[in-house]
Design a binder for this molecule. Sequence first.
Ligand code: ADP
Length: 264
Amino acid sequence: MTVVVKVGGAVGNASDGVLDDLAGRPDVVLVHGGSEEIDRLAAALGRPAEHFTSPSGVVSRRCDAGQLEAVVLALAGSVQTRLVAGLGARGVRAVGLSGVDGRLLLARRKTGARAVVDGHVVRLADDLSGTIEQVDAGLLRGLLGLGVVPVVGPPAVTAEGLVVNVDADAVAAAVAAALGAEALLLLTNVPGLLRDPDDPSSVLASVRHAEFDAAVDLARGRMKKKLLAARAALDAGVGRVVIASSRPERPVRRALAGEGTVCS
Ligand code: ADP
């Protein structure tokens, strides 16, 4: 049973319990984000991170060439290295791959990125973000066959060799779809999709296919992206997607047992 586990990188996530849970589990791919670390590095480079809201209300990281440098340093350089080291310390052979390595995540550069600024829609011509078009499942299966856990994160690369930022939830969905995963766990800093984002006890136990549009309306900002990724994974044949907390002990086991929001 292939399971894809994505651990979030925003403030309030925890990865130790996730790594503990992965030890001894075969056939697992770990996908990661890293927004807290990207923000920290961008600030250290003197280029504070910015976000923008698309006309449809989805919040994304502003990613010009300067910000992309912070993304690469933070994700492929820092977060991924720490996760691989943490798995190694638990006796797990792991290999870190960005989408550029082996052209694991082949993407198309987005040309139509638009932001709402002071009520007006403007085009972001210098945006270096992309949409994943192809995942090299053979590379991941080859590593899994060697007993190695692939640890995968943004950025991705275009056919022409341009490095582009991609959303980590979208990476997780694309990887799960390419592997025909039985489950995709999106572990984050909240216990699931909340009916009221300010009330952690208001977790929705499930979202069925017909309820997705209403669920997307319920979500604000980046949670919308998680739901869109969940729907894309389910549409591509992934068995189930669980949005759950990365913070408790045994978060993988809990999410597989249905704790959180189960999307099917
Ligand atoms: P990660 O780095 O873990 O992927 P994100 O910041 O991208 O985390 O997404 C999780 C965040 O989405 C939560 O911390 C919360 O602030 C926000 N959010 C917005 N609406 C909702 C909602 N309805 N239910 C849960 N979280 C929500």
